[in-house]
Design a protein around this ligand. Structure first.
Ligand SMILES: N[C@@H](CCC(=O)N[C@@H](CS)C(=O)NCC(=O)O)C(=O)O
Length: 215
């Protein structure tokens, strides 16, 4: 299978971490798509992923899967432990909920901040920017960090008692925060401590070596 990706991208990082956790890296050919040159907005790539985003997984039979969550669900089902998307019906539901929350409240919000209130991918790619919207989303991401801090004061992982896809989504948020130099609020001690613990995982350490964290 192929993964269309960009090595320093926070969303592709989610899939790279999942691949490393499942020990599936050697089954994958990585095909770089240059975001800074806008290759993800060209017709050839849009034919694979209508949304014009990375990462995209392409199977050997040509079937294409986009969206980090969908790709992670697929990869998780291919191999054994650790299970990233849960075993019981309740675990599966909670992990999906917390992954979506990580996207809405942190990762996607930072992405909107990047694309709208910073130079983003540059004038050739960022054809419409709305700075006020970007700044609101930055503030939303900061509120999201406080929310996840509160979650982690009560439990060791984002979705409960075990490492999961939801942790990986928040790690994606940390990676994006480092790129846009958005500091994690100092008072979010549980969140920072959790992130230090996440870096003990080889899958995460390897990814952060590509995108050094600043927080
Ligand atoms: N919801 C998508 C978001 C993917 C996404 O935004 N990826 C970034 C790469 S880090 C991207 O392609 N950005 C380019 C753009 O939005 O122009 C997912 O979960 O895969």
């Amino acid at each position: 299978m192929k993964i269309y990706d960009w090595p320093t991208g926070p969303y592709p990082a989610r899939v790279r971490i999942a691949l490393a956790e499942k020990n599936l890296q050697s089954d994958v050919e990585f095909v770089p798509i240059n975001l800074w040159k806008g290759e993800h907005k060209r017709s050839g790539f849009l034919a694979k992923n209508y949304s014009g985003t990375l990462p995209v997984l392409e199977l050997d039979n040509g079937v294409v899967l986009a969206e980090c969550t969908a790709i992670t669900v697929y990869l998780d089902a291919l191999a054994g432990d650790p299970m990233l998307t849960g075993r019981t019906p309740l675990e599966k539901g909670v992990i999906q909920m917390m992954t979506k929350r990580a996207e809405i409240e942190m990762l996607d919000a930072i992405s909107v901040y990047f694309h709208h209130a910073t130079p983003g991918l540059g004038p050739d790619v960022e054809l419409y920017q709305n700075q006020e919207w970007g700044l609101r989303q930055r503030d939303k991401a900061l509120r999201g960090m406080h929310y996840f801090d509160a979650v982690l004061r009560k439990q060791p992982f984002i979705a409960g008692e075990a490492f999961s896809m939801a942790d990986i989504a928040v790690i994606g948020g940390f990676i994006f925060a480092a790129i846009v130099e958005l500091p994690i609020p100092q008072e979010c001690v549980a969140l920072s401590t959790w992130f230090e613990r996440m870096q003990e995982r080889p899958s995460v350490r390897k990814q952060l070596a590509i995108v050094p964290p600043k927080h």
